[in-house]
Design a protein around this ligand. Structure first.
Ligand SMILES: Cc1ncc(C[n+]2csc(CCOP(=O)(O)OP(=O)(O)O)c2C)c(N)n1
Ligand SMILES: [Mg+2]
Length: 358
């Protein structure tokens, strides 16, 4: 009889509430690790908040806000080695920062410039995926390929609750399960797919239940708890490296910001619930933990924030200094033998560009 691996329903937590729920700890994490996790959380938070401002100033295009998703991204990425591949969705658009990708390279992506997120192969970072779930099979394939080459490398793919209803997710998860691909399937369950609540998305009790059907173990973790996310991902990565195949992680959070800068959630969301969720946001929760341990004080917190703000100021300046891309890029790699109409269209685009420059 086939072995059924039950999804884990309980939410794993490490960080307490400073009152009744005691703090836990994660074996193997030194004080320096905890402070580095904090630096990364603040870097992502600052990136996100500044990006909303840059959008409003017309300096970047429509932007997918990830406020309160930072712990899921930082905690999981910290469990990876540099050789491991990351496949982000638009919600993880700044995860490259955690690998050392410059802020300008990421902001260029949101400015629609070809320098954006380039070059994925230099950073082991898949392209930011906007179509929902289509990167899951890519990640499964890459992970399987690495295994076939005898490499000790795994991949992580990030997607939302809504993506678990998409065909590509099922194909990728099934493939990874059958091939025992060294893949971490990381679902950020923020409760919403734009205006569709998760209850209307699936008849399953929990998203982690879906893992059972693929013979993949599932773990459910508090997405606002950076340490619990780290610990769960570290376990999944260890399984992957040991040849035991994929793991599904459902990180549960609540979308405490609009879906993107073009969205007005007041049309469909309970704003009082959002306010409540914002009070328990993930960066503040970790700061409380560090303060209780005596590792963080106001001075240090301010210095970390100032460093992140400087990185963003430099990042937007560098992105804006990027020379405009040549319009021929739109055509160059489309056909081996371009149709004659391309030359006419390219000439017209060049004329328009010249006109814009005056
Ligand atoms: C294949 C596809 N269908 C529809 C869309 C439009 N769309 C953009 S975001 C989104 C919601 C996705 O929700 P979820 O997977 O929960 O991710 P979240 O935005 O909450 O991070 C949809 C349907 C898309 N980008 N791609
Ligand atoms: Mg969602």
């Amino acid at each position: 009889m086939a072995q059924v691996l039950p999804g884990e329903r309980e939410l794993r937590r490490v960080i307490g509430d400073g009152e009744d729920v005691p703090d836990g700890e994660v074996d193997g994490l030194e004080d320096a690790d905890l402070l580095e996790l904090h630096r990364q959380l603040v870097l992502l938070r600052t990136y996100d908040e500044r990006s909303v401002v840059y959008h409003r100033q017309g300096r970047i295009g429509t932007y997918a806000i990830f406020w309160n998703h930072e712990a899921m991204q930082v905690g999981s990425a910290y469990a990876l080695a540099d050789e491991d591949w990351i496949f982000p969705s638009y919600r993880e658009s700044a995860i490259g920062l955690l690998r050392g990708m410059p802020a300008s390279t990421i902001l260029s992506w949101w400015r629609g410039h070809p320098a954006g997120w380039w070059n994925p192969a230099d950073w082991n970072l898949g392209s930011i995926c906007v179509p929902i779930g289509t990167h899951v099979p890519h990640a499964a394939g890459l992970a399987w390929g690495k295994r076939l080459h005898g490499e000790d490398t795994c991949a992580i793919v990030y997607f939302g609750d809504g993506a678990t209803s998409e065909g590509a997710f099922h194909e990728g998860a099934n493939f990874a399960g059958v091939m025992r691909a060294p893949l971490v399937l990381f679902c950020n369950n923020n409760g919403w797919a734009i205006s569709t609540p998760v209850e209307a998305q699936t008849a399953a009790d929990t998203l982690v239940d879906k893992a059972v059907g693929y013979g993949i173990p599932g773990v459910r973790v508090d997405g606002a708890d950076v340490l619990a996310v780290y610990e769960a991902t570290r376990g999944a990565v260890a399984r992957a490296r040991a040849g035991e195949g994929p793991t599904f992680i459902e990180a549960v959070t609540y979308r405490a910001a609009p879906h993107a800068t073009a969205d007005d959630p007041s049309a469909y969301i309970d704003l009082a619930r959002v306010e409540e969720e914002r009070r328990g946001e993930c960066v503040g929760r970790f700061e409380g933990y560090l303060r209780r341990l005596g590792l963080l004080d106001d001075e240090r917190a301010e210095a970390v924030r100032a460093e992140a703000a400087d990185a963003m100021r430099a990042g937007i300046a560098a992105a804006e200094a990027e020379p405009p891309a040549d319009v021929s890029l739109l055509f160059d790699r489309t056909f081996a033998d371009p149709p004659a109409s391309f030359a006419i269209e390219l000439a017209e685009l060049r004329r328009i560009r010249e006109g814009e420059r005056g």
